[in-house]
Design a protein around this ligand. Sequence first.
Ligand SMILES: NC(=O)C1=CN([C@@H]2O[C@H](COP(=O)(O)OP(=O)(O)OC[C@H]3O[C@@H](n4cnc5c(N)ncnc54)[C@H](OP(=O)(O)O)[C@@H]3O)[C@@H](O)[C@H]2O)C=CC1
Ligand SMILES: N[C@@H](CC=O)C(=O)O
Ligand code: NA
Length: 365
Amino acid sequence: MAAARQVNIAIIGAGGVGRCFLSQLEQLVKRRPEPKLSLVYISTSKKAFYTKDYTTIVLNSAVSNLASSAETPLTPAALVDYLTGSNSKAIIVDNTSSQDIADAYPLFLSRGISIVTPNKKAFSGSYKLWQDIFNASAQSGARVFHESSVGAGLPVISTLKDLVDTGDEVTKIEGVFSGTMSFLFNSFAPTSGSGGQWSAEVKKAKELGYTEPDPRDDLNGLDVARKLTILARLAGLAVESPTSFPVQSLIPNELESVSSGDEFLEKLPQFDSEMEKVKTEAEAEGKVVRFVGSIDVGTKEVKVGLEKFDRSHPIAALKGSDNIISFYTKRYGSNPLIIQGAGAGGEVTAMGVTSDLLKVLSQLS
Ligand SMILES: NC(=O)C1=CN([C@@H]2O[C@H](COP(=O)(O)OP(=O)(O)OC[C@H]3O[C@@H](n4cnc5c(N)ncnc54)[C@H](OP(=O)(O)O)[C@@H]3O)[C@@H](O)[C@H]2O)C=CC1
Ligand SMILES: N[C@@H](CC=O)C(=O)O
Ligand code: NA
């Protein structure tokens, strides 16, 4: 009887999303014995655990093995040498928000290693990096999927690709693209009742695992700008970077230069009155304020920031960390295709990564 085909998995990043992915992988392996998915490497920024002979790491011991490991992470080049030293195909699961790891994608792909990831940095960095990634994938046949880089596990990227690939003409994309911002405004400025204190809600969003590792990356609008950069590029606009269009930041001027996310969270309560003022101004017009983004494909205009909405507007009525993303296209006419649901959180984000892994497996020859 032929031996089961093995596919080696290397996980970089074992935080909120990484750990949820590990447990989803464990379930997947139980449901699908073929091909044999073999975790051979796992790392954080400081530690790594891997098997020199590609023996499978027991999935429910991976985190404790990593915690007690004395090994440091392999450099991207060393990780490539390690993974290509086996006869099996390899897939890297990048669960970090690291730019350095993202910059190594062209190298991984050019050496035949596929990638699945929720990390936005590779696809929203320079346009050259975007081109290098997809050129390397096309040349080697290695796959790259990043569904959870926009709207967590919601089928946003796959839907946009399907619209474009089937020849529809996307004219506008708009909505709420941040789970953190959605949670913050839904709880700080609800459609009924008085709402919470801004800085306390920011802390809650971090505790719930919605924010970026540094919550300033959400509050400065850059996280939404990254998502819009990715969607705009998929819709055919060669957007150069997430800082090449107007992005409104909610970081108080006085806190622009604090050195750490923790210091920022500590000092933020001193500036709660700034956001209270924004909320009161909207209330005076009978409206609520929300953080939104839009891409006008025809005019090439991309923008990110606060807008006021009537309380009955679907954007005003979102709950929890929900995203809502509307695609206006030629085929769909004036009634857009709308995707709505949780846009942040470990399990829903890992779901997008796991479903990407299944896509890679279905396409590996
Ligand atoms: N949380 C969410 O709801 C969503 C998250 N995402 C994306 O998922 C990714 C992970 O987010 P999340 O799990 O919440 O973040 P966490 O901060 O919880 O985890 C990040 C992990 O990455 C590790 N890491 C960072 N840099 C490196 C590096 N250079 N090499 C190896 N490991 C590294 C960290 O290690 P250490 O602890 O040592 O720093 C940590 O284990 C991010 O890109 C985020 O944007 C996307 C959609 C939704
Ligand atoms: N911090 C992000 C996580 C998902 O991309 C968000 O809040 O949306
Ligand atoms: Na998604």
